[in-house]
Design a protein around this ligand. Structure first.
Ligand code: SAM
Length: 284
């Protein structure tokens, strides 16, 4: 059942301690050493399942030293597991360098799958899951965060972000400012925990929703944003063209263009040129 000299990369729960596989528990109980990102969190998990387990610390600040210690054990035919605080190691978490070093030394690395916050959120979001871009954490500073979001703006794929509670509001503000208020957003908060919330709205409404109750900005967050819409030769999405056409029935050209750009987040210049073609007697 367990291979001598192998390192097991074990996914652990993202909140609800019952979200761990039977195989993960078997492996944690069987290995000679459990390397953990935070030994206190892992001891709490092991205690819940009455697993005695020997635990050592291995986190981003000692990943190389920890890896060398584990490689020594594996070379002696022992077995080891690596776990992070929550979810799947290596996904916005330490693990990649450890796995690389262990593989380079010719040892087997075995994944033991389980919880992951992004996939958990995506599975219950109702947003088209395929294809999607898992981004993880955007940069903390607003300037670089906005630049990154701008790079993603034209991607026609669902975007998945992780965010910390103290930054969720500014992150959503930046997403709305760069991607436009019309995109669909799912705010997945405290998944698998007592205050689990999945809120669906458009980006333009999200800040008001977060402001409405201070509790809505607490906890752990996954943000899912629908991808860019396909555009036709005007360079505008079908939705933008439709909104512009409706506004032009009621408003002046300048007002319709300004509002359409604000609502859709699409280029004002492109909306303006499309508005001109609509005005032409031979227009579309
Ligand atoms: N490795 C983990 C995984 O597989 O999902 C992710 C670790 S990353 C350091 C932690 C981030 O994941 C949190 O800041 C939050 O964005 C997201 N996250 C983790 N648990 C969550 C939960 N229960 N609900 C919502 N988001 C969660």
């Amino acid at each position: 059942m367990i291979t001598p000299g192998a390192l097991y990369i074990v996914a652990t729960p993202i909140g609800n301690l019952r979200d761990i596989s039977l195989r993960a528990l078997d492996i944690l109980a069987a290995v000679d050493m459990i390397a953990a990102e935070d030994t206190r969190i892992t001891r709490h998990l092991l205690k819940a399942y009455s697993i005695p387990g020997q635990v050592m610390a291995l986190h981003q600040h000692n990943e190389r030293r920890g890896a060398e210690k584990l490689i020594g054990l594996l070379a002696a035919g022992k077995t080891a597991a690596f776990v992070t605080d929550a979810g799947t190691p290596g996904i916005s978490d330490p693990g990649a360098s450890l796995v690389k070093l262990v593989r380079e030394q010719g040892h087997e690395v075995v994944p033991v799958p389980g919880a992951n916050a992004a996939i958990c959120a995506l599975s219950a979001s109702g947003i088209a899951a395929s294809p999607f871009i898992f981004y993880g954490f955007l940069p903390a500073g607003s300037g670089s965060r906005r630049r990154e979001i701008a790079r993603l703006k034209t991607q026609p794929y669902t975007l998945i972000f992780y965010e910390a509670p103290h930054r969720v509001l500014e992150c959503v503000e930046d997403l709305a400012a760069i991607l436009g208020g019309h995109r669909e957003l799912i705010i997945a908060r405290e998944l698998t925990k007592l205050f689990e919330t999945m809120h669906s709205c458009c980006l333009g409404e999200a800040c008001a929703w977060l402001h409405a109750d201070a509790n809505r900005q607490k906890g752990e967050f996954v943000l899912l944003v629908s991808g860019a819409e396909a555009k036709n030769e005007s360079g505008l999405s079908e939705k933008a063209q439709h909104i512009l056409a409706l506004l032009m029935k009621e408003l002046s050209l300048a007002q319709a263009v300004r509002l359409a750009a604000e609502i859709t987040g699409e280029s004002r210049n492109m909306i303006y040129s499309h508005a001109l073609t609509l005005k032409r007697p031979d227009g579309p």
